[in-house]
Design a protein around this ligand. Sequence first.
Ligand code: F6P
Length: 329
Amino acid sequence: MRIGVLCSGGDAPGMNPCLRSIVRTACTCNDEIYGIQHGYEGLLNEEFFLGENGSHVMGIRSVSGLSKLGGTILHSSRSKRFQTPEGIRAAADILRKHKFDALLTIGGNGTLSGAIDLGKVWEGQIIGLPGTIDNDLFGTDYTIGFSTAVHTAVEAVDKLRDTAGSHDLMFFVEVMGRHCGDIALSTAIASGAEIACIPEAEESPERIVARLRKIKEAGKASVMAIVAEGDESGGAFAMQKILKEAGNPFDSRAVVLGHVLRGGSPTPEDRILASELGNFAVSSLLLGETGKMVGKIHGELVLTPLEQCVADHKKADTEQLRLLHIVAS
Ligand code: F6P
C-alpha cells in the first residue's frame, strides 16, 4: 500500500513523534510511506519529503530522534487553495497521479474538514489524526499537543505568580484556544489561578469584580486570571481594561502567551498518545478503514467518523470551573 502523510493547520507538539510512529509502523508492515510537506498546500504543489538516499519513500531512519522534537519536520500550512472545489479536485488528481492508496492527515478541525471534502472526490482511504493544542475535537479525550501546551502555560503562570506575589499584582494571562476554553481551564486549575475566562461560560464584569473584592478581603495579595483567546471579552488586554472600568481592586498587568504554547518538546503524555494513535492509524488503514479519525476515549483506541469529530467544537467541562473556584478560595 502507498500511504501519504501530511500535517496541516497550526502545528502541535507531538506531531513529530506521531509521524515517527506512522512511518515505523508502515515500514514494519512493508507499506510505502511518503511525507507530504506543507500540508494540503504542499500536496497541491507536489512537495514530497526527501528521505535517505534521495528517496521520497520514508525509511525507518528518516524519523530518527523525533520523539522529543517540537513542531513538525513535514512543515504545515493553512491552504486557501485547498478550500475551493477546484483545489480539492486538483489534490485528488495529484494523489491519483502518484498512485496513493491512502492518506493520513494530522491536524485539527480545518484539517479534518478538508479530509472530508477530499474523501468526496477521491477514492483512496483517508484516516485523520487529532493534532491540535486546542483539544476541541470530538472522538478523543485528548488531542496530540494539548498536554504540552498546558504544561508550557503552567510553567509561565508559575513564573508570573512570583512577580505578582512580589508586587501585589493581578495578571491577566491569555492562552490560545479559539473556540474551546480547555487550555485556559486546565492551566488555571494546575497553576492555582483564581479566575478562568472561557468562551463556554461568560461572566459579567460586575460578577468577576465582586469575586475579586472577596479575594482581596480574604487576604490574597496577588491574583492570576487565565483568559482564553476565544473569550468574548476579546482577550487579556481587553479584559484588563473592562475590569478596571468595572472597579477591579487590584493593580494589574496583561500577558499574551500566544504561539509559545505551540512550541517545545512534547510531554511524555503527548509522545505516548502520538505513538499510539500513529500506530493505530496505519493498522486501521490496513483493515480497510476510511473516513474516520483515530482517538483515545477512556483508555480505548477508537475510530470515529470524521463528520462527527468536526460537527462542532468540543467544549471545556464547565464543572471544572466550580472546582477552580473552590480550590482557589
Ligand atoms: O488551532 C490551533 C491554534 O493554535 C489556535 O489555538 C489559535 O487560535 C490558532 O491556531 C492560531 O493560528 P495562526 O498560527 O494561524 O495564527
